[in-house]
Write a protein that binds this ligand. Structure first.
Ligand code: 6PG
Length: 471
């Protein structure tokens, strides 16, 4: 019996589509799951005839070439640990377990260390692109033992998305680096989605545009600098009707859920002291949106401004252009924060990130793929040590110009009671970041007053304390 190149455990839609993708690329794949029905179905639909299914874990493992490569496509958390325990009964030194799910990077770090003691390599690969990406080419962020990852890289590059023929799969760093980058990718995904949703609401509630007009605007914007996967799908979502001719979007309950990667990105930002306000605010928005019954009650008790604004035609078009620019700047600020967090993490976890590689991976296959990434690639090609993308020549001019639009949109939205949490966070971050002086001196004085926490001074070296109550 000839042995297979890779085994996949977990036959959800991502797992099965990756199996097809590998097989379509000429790889012999073993698959295992407990559901015989599922296995039969996958094998039936496999046109390459390179997928072999197993109902026994032992047979599945012994069907693989050594060193064995086993890709786990499972929900993050304890399930992975249980499976690793089962796998260890059959694996031998040098075998490789690859976690392709959205696992928490610290879990990946712990698993790598534990397994290494047993001679097993644990590789964490962030895979982005949903069902479609898994089947036709996802973006893949690889982290783990350098030698093992470099051996695996060609396989991942073969099945990954390509941007101008360049594969969107790269080795990024040791242990949890791949899952960390995927976590930040998801954070940016959250804020991108949120900014688009705030624009949608502004266009709908403030300008009273219907779905078709909003969709047309997004399609138009998708021809220019805003071009991205999320803008594209939004224009399509807005037009989709059910059999009764009703827009599906209008029938969806306004409560947004999550599987935790945005929360992890925000939690980690707090730990690293990295300002990640746009992403964090996007997470909070999702939480707030689910307080539906409270919101229903509050809407009957709490008041706000009345939107009676009427635009003249030329002002209307100008306003739309301000929205477009504000959205683009919001996106830039969100990426700037995300990449800045990567820099904090690279130092803390000693990953020595090459940011140009990360930006390149994001250009195709993944959810946050956008034209904007070409500018980011250019900036990091010139200098891997960038402190913040906002300070680069690539972005300075556009940011200085578009901040006027961001300000105008936020001020208008807030004036008329349209909630814009992430646009507001974007502007606050921008204004704080560009301020030579902030009122943090007062915070330091207050801390010193009630807790003798001390402060440093601008006119002298050293640490100071004042007895604030003594006359
Ligand atoms: C991707 C996505 C994906 C993520 C979903 C759901 O890159 O393909 O990030 O991995 O799981 O988008 O995320 P939430 O349920 O947290 O919104």
């Amino acid at each position: 019996m000839s042995l297979n190149n890779i085994g996949i455990l977990g036959m959800g839609v991502m797992g099965s589509n990756l199996a097809y993708n590998l097989a379509n690329n000429g790889e012999r794949v073993s698959i295992y799951t407990r559901s015989i029905e599922k296995l039969k179905n996958i094998v039936k639909n496999d046109k390459s005839h390179l997928i072999v299914s197993f109902t026994s874990l032992e047979d599945f493992i012994f069907s693989l070439k050594k060193p064995r490569h086993i890709l786990l496509m499972l929900p993050s958390g304890i399930t992975i640990d249980f499976l690793i325990k089962d796998l260890l009964k059959f694996l031998t030194i040098g075998d490789v377990i690859i976690d392709g799910g959205n696992s928490f990077f610290k879990d990946t770090q712990i698993r790598s260390q534990k397994l290494l003691k047993k001679g097993i390599f644990f590789i964490g690969v962030g895979i982005s692109g949903g069902e479609e990406g898994a089947l036709n080419g996802p973006a893949m962020m690889i982290g783990g033992d350098k030698k093992v990852c470099y051996l695996l890289e060609p396989l991942f590059q073969k099945i990954s998305a390509k941007y101008n023929k360049e594969p969107c799969a790269e080795y990024l760093g040791t242990d949890g680096a791949g899952h960390y980058v995927k976590m930040v990718h998801n954070g940016i995904e959250y804020s991108d989605m949120q900014l688009i949703s705030e624009v949608y609401f502004l266009l709908k509630k403030f300008l009273k545009l219907d779905n078709k007009k909003i969709s047309n605007l997004f399609s138009e914007w998708n021809q220019g600098e805003l071009k991205s996967y999320l803008i594209d799908i939004t224009s399509k979502i807005l037009l989709k009707k059910n059999k009764k001719g009703k827009y599906i979007l209008d029938l969806i309950e306004d409560c947004a859920f999550n599987k935790g990667t945005g929360l992890w990105a925000s939690q980690n930002a707090l730990e690293l002291h990295a300002p990640l306000s746009l992403i964090t605010e996007s997470v909070f928005f999702r939480y707030l949106s689910t307080l539906k019954s409270q919101r229903m009650l509050a809407s009957t008790l709490l008041t706000g401004p009345i939107n009676n604004f009427i635009f003249k035609k030329e002002n209307f078009l100008q306003f739309i252009e301000h929205i477009r620019k504000a959205l683009y700047l919001g996106k830039i600020l969100s990426y700037a924060q995300g990449f800045s967090q990567l820099k904090f993490a690279s130092k803390k976890y000693q990953w020595d990130f090459q940011y140009v590689k990360i930006a390149k991976i994001f250009r195709a296959g993944c959810i946050i793929q956008a034209d904007l990434l070409n500018k980011i690639v250019k900036a990091y090609t010139e200098n891997n040590k960038i402190i913040n993308l906002l300070l680069t020549s690539e972005f300075q001019e556009i940011v200085n110009e578009y901040q006027k639009s961001l300000r105008y949109i936020v001020v208008t939205g807030l004036k008329y009671g349209i909630p814009m949490p992430v646009f507001s966070a974007a502007l606050s971050y921008y204004d704080s970041y560009r301020s030579e002086k902030l009122p943090a001196n007062l915070i330091q004085a207050q801390r010193d007053y009630f807790g003798a926490h001390t402060y440093s001074r601008i006119d002298k070296e050293g640490i100071f304390h004042t007895n604030w109550v003594k006359k």
